[in-house]
Design a protein. Structure first.
Lengths: 230, 213
């Protein structure tokens, strides 16, 4: 049982890592779009945010899965999903992209709220400094981290829970395995307990990682004691 | 197709969007009522309710799909009732914590005013403390309700005929050119419902602000 649990948990972790990274990247791109000086990119980014926030992840996963299920996986497509047959790599990728889109809108709203919270003066300062876009993004990420990391962590935990939708298709993941083994053996309690323990442990890890990042990204200025306190 | 997506397949009515909305509203409503009781108990006796708070934290770590599956396996309730119970528990895990957090920040000044005006503790709880908490937590509750409405799609794992299930069944039954139309229509229905809910919440917030709450 242990190797199976490990493989399925790795399947969940892989889907989570890939889809979360994709969701975060698209969310940052959408924020850049929604802050663009031209109206067209702004409108497009806002529309994508609204749509991805309004459509359930379950429906996105079902759509992507049905689309990919009847198509053969191209030979060049990498297969990083443990436990999923190589022939179903396209389905696994489609599910991953759908999961990413399911969280994109929510993450974009979190980032936008954080961006607004740092105030116009500091935003203008970051422009006046004349930094290249990548360094400016890095600076703004550090500035907004205190207000965005907690909700981002909560969303990433929700995102982890959403990976269970992969079980709607033959893609290896923890929930699919729990469901399959419980149905095969009728030992529902045992497998449900394993599943709950797995998801709770992964949720705690995500929460702890976000808290650690929050601590690490804390601005040096906030670490310096106030003169009055010295 | 539209009628099936709106009210369910002919042999599974009410279903479709109607069942999604009904499930979300009922489960969300029950969660708020129980959440208020939970928050009151936690605010009144924080140490005595530590186990309860721990249980709710654990519940928040369990995916809704797994919760639905476990309840579906362990209870002999009809499928819609099982799905509803899972949604209510899931909602309670989030709403309970939100209400607890806001209720504990209830300021001292209105409490003192209520004491001076000889308002009984129960009456103060009903007419001052709970409305204040609900008003303050409306943003967080609204976000959760939007999420809950979308999360009704998870009921598809039990085959309960809500909107995602109906869309999935219809798209599987149809030919290759139609399935995308069905899924896009279902997505549009969710989107319109979510936007309507956002508008209702914004209106409620304005009205409550008008009452000075």
């Amino acid at each position: 049982m242990v190797p199976q649990v490990v493989t399925q948990t790795l399947g969940t972790v892989t889907i989570w890592l890939l889809s979360a990274a994709l969701a975060l990247s698209i969310a940052v791109a959408l924020i850049a779009g929604s802050l663009h000086r031209h109206r067209a990119p702004r409108a497009l980014a806002d529309a994508v945010i609204t749509v991805t926030r309004g459509v359930p992840t379950s429906l996105l996963v079902v759509s992507a899965g049905i689309f990919a299920f009847t198509r053969p996986a191209p030979g060049w497509l990498p297969d990083p999903f443990p436990g999923t047959p190589a022939s179903l790599a396209l389905v696994a990728w489609a599910v991953t992209v759908a999961l990413a889109l399911g969280s994109t809108g929510h993450l974009a709203v979190i980032f936008a709220t954080g961006y607004r919270s740092i105030g116009a003066a500091r935003r203008e300062q970051s422009i006046v400094l004349g930094l290249d876009p990548l360094r400016r993004l890095r600076l703004l990420t550090r500035e907004t981290a205190p207000s965005t990391l907690a909700p981002t962590g909560a969303r990433l935990v929700h995102h982890l829970h959403n990976t269970a939708f992969a079980a709607l298709f033959p893609v290896a993941d923890l929930f699919g395995w729990v469901q399959q083994r419980a149905n095969e053996t009728f030992e529902v309690g045992r497998y449900a307990a394993v599943g709950i323990a797995g998801y709770v442990a992964l949720s705690v890890l995500i929460w702890a990682a976000c808290r650690g990042l929050e601590h690490w990204l804390r601005l040096p200025a906030t670490r310096v004691a106030h003169p009055a306190a010295r | 197709m539209i009628l099936n997506l709106l009210i369910g397949l002919p042999d599974q009515r009410p279903g479709g969007l109607a069942l999604s909305v009904l499930s979300a509203v009922t489960a969300g409503g029950c969660a708020v009522v129980v959440g208020i009781l939970y928050a009151t108990a936690c605010a009144g006796a924080p140490r005595l309710t530590l186990v309860l708070q721990g249980a709710l934290a654990l519940l928040r770590g369990i995916p809704l799909l797994l919760l639905i599956f476990v309840l579906g396996q362990f209870t002999s309730l009809p499928l819609p009732a099982t799905g509803f119970a899972a949604l209510a528990l899931y909602s309670l895990a989030h709403v309970g914590e939100t209400l607890r957090a806001y209720l504990t920040t209830y300021p001292q000044a209105p409490r003192d005013q209520a004491r001076v005006m000889a308002i009984s503790p129960v009456r103060e709880w009903l007419i001052l403390r709970i409305p204040w908490t609900l008003r303050r937590s409306l943003d967080a509750l609204g976000t959760h309700w939007i999420s809950l409405l979308k999360d009704t799609g998870a009921l598809t794992v039990l085959g309960i005929g809500e909107l995602t299930t109906v869309a999935r069944l219809l798209s599987e039954r149809t030919d290759s050119t139609q399935w995308m139309v069905i899924l896009v229509t279902a997505a549009a229905l969710y989107l319109v419902t979510v936007v309507a809910l956002i508008r209702i919440l914004a209106l409620a917030k304005t009205r409550l602000a008008g009452y000075g709450m």
